[in-house]
Structure formats: C-alpha cells, structure tokens
Design a protein around this ligand. Structure first.
Ligand SMILES: NC(=O)c1ccc[n+]([C@@H]2O[C@H](COP(=O)([O-])OP(=O)(O)OC[C@H]3O[C@@H](n4cnc5c(N)ncnc54)[C@H](OP(=O)(O)O)[C@@H]3O)[C@@H](O)[C@H]2O)c1
Length: 260
C-alpha cells in the first residue's frame, strides 16, 4: 500500500496473522495506529517499527477490554480514527455437543459482540464527520453452515450479514463498510481452533498468505466494496456454493470441515 486514504486506524487482533499483516501494511504507508490484542509484547514489537502507534492491550471478551477500545474511539483528545478493522476472532472445531461451553461463549463474545459494539461506536463517531472506513473480517465459512465448525461458521454468517446491511444503510454517508471473507490462510488460527488437520487435507494452492489477504482487504475497503473474497480458489468456492442447492452445499460442507 503506497498511498492510503486513511490517516489513523484501529486494528483488533493485530498481534498475529491477518491483523499483524494489516498493521505492517498500514505502518509502512505512514498511517497512525491503535493496535489491540491481549499479547502486549507482540504489539509493542510492531509499534517499535513505526511512528504514531498506540498499543492497547485488551481482552475483547471482557467488559473492561471492550470498554477501553470503545473509550479510545470516543476520545477526542487523541487522533481521530478513520479506519476500524475488526479482525480479532477465533474458532472451535469438533462436534458441537462436545465443545466446551465457556469457550463457545467467549467465541460468540469476541466474533459477534465485540465486533458489533466496535462497529457501532465507529459508525457513531464517523457519521458526523461524513467519512470513514470499517473493515470487518468474516470468512468464506459465512456463506454456508459448517458442520464441526458450527458456532464459528454461524458467527461469521452474522458478521457478513451485519456488514452487508451496514454497507447499504450507510450508502451515501461517506462511510465505506466492507466484509473481508478469507478462506484458508496460514496463521495461528489453525492451532488455536484445532484445525491443523486442514493443512494436510488441502493442497498448498488452496491456501493464502496473511499478507495477500491483508492487501486485498485494505484495497477493498478503500474502494468501498461490500464484500471481498480474496484469491481465485476462494472466489470459485463461494460462487459454486451460491449456485448449488442448500441441501447439497450443507452435505459437501460436512465432508470438507469434518475432522473426525
Ligand atoms: N486463518 C484463516 O484460515 C482464516 C480464514 C477465514 C477467516 N479468518 C479470520 O481472520 C481473523 C484473523 O485471524 P487469523 O487467521 O489472523 O488468526 P490468528 O493468527 O490466531 O489471529 C487472531 C488475532 O485475534 C486476537 N485475539 C484472539 N482472542 C482475542 C481476545 N479475546 N481479545 C482480543 N484479541 C484477541 C489474537 O491476539 P491475542 O492472542 O494476542 O489476543 C490475534 O491477534 C479472524 O477473525 C478469523 O476468524 C481466518
């Protein structure tokens, strides 16, 4: 990214994977940043490379962590945020019935609640200014149910739906809203969501790097696209699933995401 249309960004989940790549791209383009995640040491290491970077260590599944981010968005004494990237998220693989209930609550809290509240505050702040950018990281998992990744896919269906609705609601307001829907991307996601089995199940050409996903997402929100599905393989998967009857899509999804 050489010339960015944003001047100050807030990026959640900036300590690894797609969020970290987004932070480096913005930093290199001279965009000031507020970096959010739990691992402060990782955020400090990124912040040390670029000027105008604030580190906000926060667990977004807690009231205190989420509250600190909402407060920063409202803070008029600091640089105003004109790009918000809701990227923090995680998944849980395996049978729904066997999943740890507390973990599922945290997943819903992060993927849905935190993203919704941060989107809400971001839009409230941007609307009177008549400009701004909101990039919500969803997934190609949002386009069909995901057996053995049931809650994760459902949270991402929420993210894509909410983001598309906001894109339309805010048409003509000067605020651009985009859902970034990556497919398989090499990050820490696989070890955290216990989906490392996908690495042997799918050939390398089906995977993308976090850097390429970050580049496509930033371009899409700058261009005001409603949905960005990065990569040729992901684009064809999404197009095929749209053309296939729902019952068949569901069965195929079960074969693809089943880890047992
Ligand atoms: N990788 C894929 O194949 C893939 C595909 C489609 C969509 N996605 C989506 O892409 C987004 C980024 O994931 P990734 O692949 O880059 O995975 P990742 O490397 O695991 O990064 C996840 C980020 O979220 C942060 N995070 C996790 N829990 C948090 C919490 N409670 N509070 C604040 N931050 C938290 C993590 O930081 P800390 O641990 O330091 O808090 C980390 O920075 C997610 O929304 C994911 O669902 C990923």
């Amino acid at each position: 990214m050489t010339k960015a249309p944003f001047s100050h960004a807030l990026v959640t989940g900036a300590s690894s994977g797609i969020g970290e790549s987004i932070a480096h791209k913005l930093g290199k383009a001279g965009v000031g940043m507020v970096l959010v995640a739990r691992r402060k040491d990782r955020l400090d290491a990124i912040a040390a490379k670029y000027p105008n970077v604030e580190v906000l260590a926060a667990d977004l599944t807690t009231d205190a962590g989420l509250g600190a981010v909402l407060e920063r968005l409202r803070d008029v004494t600091r640089p105003q945020i004109d790009l918000v990237v809701n990227n923090a998220g995680f998944g849980t693989s395996g049978q729904f019935v066997s999943a740890d209930a507390e973990r599922l609550s945290r997943e819903i809290s992060l993927n849905i609640n935190a993203l919704t509240r941060i989107s809400h505050e971001a839009v409230r702040q941007m609307l009177p200014r008549g400009r701004g950018y909101l990039l919500n990281v969803s997934s190609i998992a949002s386009f069909q149910p995901g057996p053995d990744l049931a809650v994760y896919s459902a949270t991402k269906a929420f993210v894509t739906s909410l983001t598309e609705a906001l894109h339309e609601e805010l048409r003509g307001s000067g605020i651009r809203v985009t859902a970034l829907c990556p497919g398989l991307t090499h990050t820490e996601f696989q070890s955290i969501s216990n989906t490392t089995g996908l690495e042997s199940k799918f050939p390398e050409f089906a995977w993308m790097s976090a850097d390429d996903v970050a580049r496509d997402g930033l371009r899409a929100v700058a261009d005001g696209k409603a949905i960005c599905v990065p990569g040729v393989v992901n684009k064809s998967l999404v197009s095929t699933s749209k053309l296939t009857p729902r019952a068949l899509t569901r069965r195929i999804a079960g074969l693809v995401t089943r880890f047992r």
